[in-house]
Write a protein that binds this ligand. Structure first.
Ligand SMILES: O=C(O)c1ccccc1N[C@@H]1O[C@H](COP(=O)(O)O)[C@@H](O)[C@H]1O
Length: 210
């Protein structure tokens, strides 16, 4: 079952929409971004999230204290490191973790081998911010990936129209979306629902074909 992460949530209505539509992870951005929210805001939104939906905090080159404060106070289930954090920094903090890699070429893919994390997230390089650019990268760069697929999250410019092809091509454990469920720069409930529906339909199609 491919899981779904809806990232960059800022409003209660969209958190509830993601949860009700079947999201497996919801993401709160603490890094510099147009989607950045405070720990206090994330704490309020987190109260709307049932235990089976995992809460992810997105950081870019944070200090240890920034991560600890958010993890304990929201509270979070996973920390997503979306910058140039090194393996020792992540291991020292010791939280359940997702490490993001910006993929331009095969060398970027190889960097994943240095980390020991719960999930390896592959994304397009950022433009204005470290992530959330809405850009797709060349998925074929992941063809030779040695990371087990159950630990792979695919991100980068996904939307309801391309996510089924993305799943069939990369076979990730989960897909992650931010820009692709937004309209005029804001999250959109219908787009969140259609994205999650597209992922679920994709799984039904695969089952039916077997
Ligand atoms: O969403 C953001 O604003 C963001 C800012 C800084 C780091 C990561 C961010 N989001 C992550 O970006 C990817 C892809 O997003 P998109 O669907 O291409 O817009 C995803 O992993 C988000 O978690």
């Amino acid at each position: 079952m491919t899981k779904v992460k809806i990232c960059g949530l800022k409003e209660a209505v969209h958190v509830l929409c993601a949860v009700n539509a079947g999201a497996d992870f919801v993401g709160f951005v603490f890094a510099p971004s147009k989607r950045q929210i405070s720990i206090e805001k994330a704490r309020k939104l987190a109260k709307l999230v049932p235990n089976h939906v995992k809460k992810v905090g997105v950081f870019v080159n944070p200090t240890e204290n920034e991560v600890r404060e958010a993890f304990e106070n929201v509270p979070l289930d996973y920390v997503q490191y979306h910058g140039n954090e090194d393996p020792a920094f992540i291991e020292q903090l010791g939280y359940p973790s997702i490490k993001a890699f910006s993929i331009r070429d095969e060398e970027d893919v190889k960097k994943a081998g240095k980390f020991n994390v719960d999930y390896y997230l592959f994304d397009a390089p950022g433009t204005d911010y470290a992530g959330g650019s809405g850009k797709v990268f060349d998925w074929s760069l992941l063809d030779q990936l040695s990371i087990p697929r159950e630990k792979v999250i695919l991100a980068g410019g996904l939307n309801a129209s391309n996510v089924q092809k993305a799943i069939a091509t990369v076979r990730p454990s989960a897909v992650d979306v931010s820009s692709g469920v937004e309209q005029n720069g804001e999250k959109n409930g219908e787009l969140i629902q259609s994205f999650i529906q597209a992922v679920k339909t994709s799984q039904q199609t695969v089952k039916g074909a077997n």
